[in-house]
Design a protein around this ligand. Structure first.
Ligand SMILES: CC(C)(COP(=O)(O)OP(=O)(O)OC[C@H]1O[C@@H](n2cnc3c(N)ncnc32)[C@H](O)[C@@H]1OP(=O)(O)O)[C@@H](O)C(=O)NCCC(=O)NCCS
Length: 300
């Protein structure tokens, strides 16, 4: 006699162990981010692994079920990102567990991250404080042929190797922490435009391949028109293809420029911090260097 199979099956819970993100194959990390609908390519994971450190949660047969990374700058600051748990594990405590392992690794550092809606409750329960909304703007880039470039003081030109030191210095002034190693890596993967007044770099925008197309960032400038002047050539370079930019600006000339360039707001995330806050959210002051676009949500 044949037994009729039951319509349901109870699967036992299983245990996980922590591993170093360096030790797992890239395609496993890629599969994890795909499982939560993120656009990262294997190359993007590779870049992040080269730029920071991380942990993975592995099951008994080595499948990657979770990840968390951190990017340390200087002696007392780090950003946290790529916090993912596999959908079938979510709300069971794995996110908390991974984050507490991260805390062990970054003890003593002030932390910042950009929280998705799904992650806000997790980070609030870990005592992260909300800081500011990030607007993820993206779409098919459209060079604005009708609107004439604003009357900009200075010259916009492509950045080269000789400009790296000035880019690092501007980024540090805008972000609030010097992150020379990261900017050097980004620079090597990016095309860059800078606004020069005489010999002085006044604003810059980098742009690199990422996810479905390219991402513009970081962008550091003293004013909306200066930021627009450095982003505009990237929009022209990628006109007709997918372009993304993550910014804290939701109004003013820069935000309007993005919307008119085919990059409306697609989603928002929330910048949150633990410990001392960075002083980079002072907007609108004359001659204040401001981060107009993040390097990415993960990198800050
Ligand atoms: C965000 C994410 C990492 C959370 O991981 P997780 O394994 O579900 O987290 P936990 O089970 O440890 O939950 C932590 C807290 O969030 C709560 N929580 C988790 N998912 C929730 C949901 N969908 N709705 C309401 N609360 C939720 C838990 O109840 C818990 O709260 P508590 O500490 O007050 O009890 C996971 O949902 C995920 O990978 N999402 C997709 C990728 C993503 O957005 N990553 C965040 C990047 S910033």
């Amino acid at each position: 006699m044949e037994l009729k199979p039951s319509g349901s099956l109870k699967i036992d819970t299983f245990s996980m162990r922590i591993g170093d993100i360096e030790d797992v194959e890239l395609d496993r990390l890629h599969a994890l981010s795909l499982s939560v609908g993120w656009p990262h390519r294997a190359e993007d994971w590779q870049f992040l692994r080269q730029s920071g450190e991380g942990l993975v949660a592995l099951d008994e047969i080595g499948r990657v079920l979770g990840s968390a990374m951190w990017f340390a700058h200087g002696t007392d600051f780090a950003t946290v990102g790529m916090v993912i748990t596999s959908p079938r594990l979510q709300t069971l405590g794995a996110g908390q567990w991974l984050m507490k392992r991260v805390f062990d690794k970054v003890a003593g550092r002030d932390l910042r991250l950009n929280a998705t809606r799904a992650a806000r409750r997790l980070y609030l329960s870990l005592d992260f404080q909300p800081e500011k909304t990030v607007y993820q703007c993206q779409g098919i880039a459209r060079a604005q042929t009708i609107v004439a470039p604003a009357n900009i003081r200075g010259d916009v030109r492509s950045l080269g190797e000789n400009d790296i030191a000035a880019v690092i210095a501007l980024d540090a002034a805008g972000f609030g922490v010097r992150r020379a190693a990261l900017i050097e890596k980004l620079f090597a993967h990016s095309a860059g435009y800078g606004l020069f007044r005489g010999d002085r770099l006044s604003a810059f925008a980098l742009c690199r391949p990422f996810g479905r197309g390219h991402v513009v960032g970081p962008v550091v400038a003293e004013s909306d028109p200066d930021a627009v002047a450095t982003v505009r050539p990237h929009v022209a370079d990628h006109s007709g293809s997918f372009l993304r930019i993550d910014t804290h600006m939701d109004n003013g000339e820069f935000a309007a420029f993005l919307a008119h360039s085919g990059m409306p707001v697609f989603d928002t995330v929330l910048t949150m911090s633990m410990g001392k806050r960075l002083p980079d959210f002072v907007i609108g002051g004359a001659a204040t260097l401001t981060t107009y676009a993040l390097a990415s949500q993960t990198l800050g």
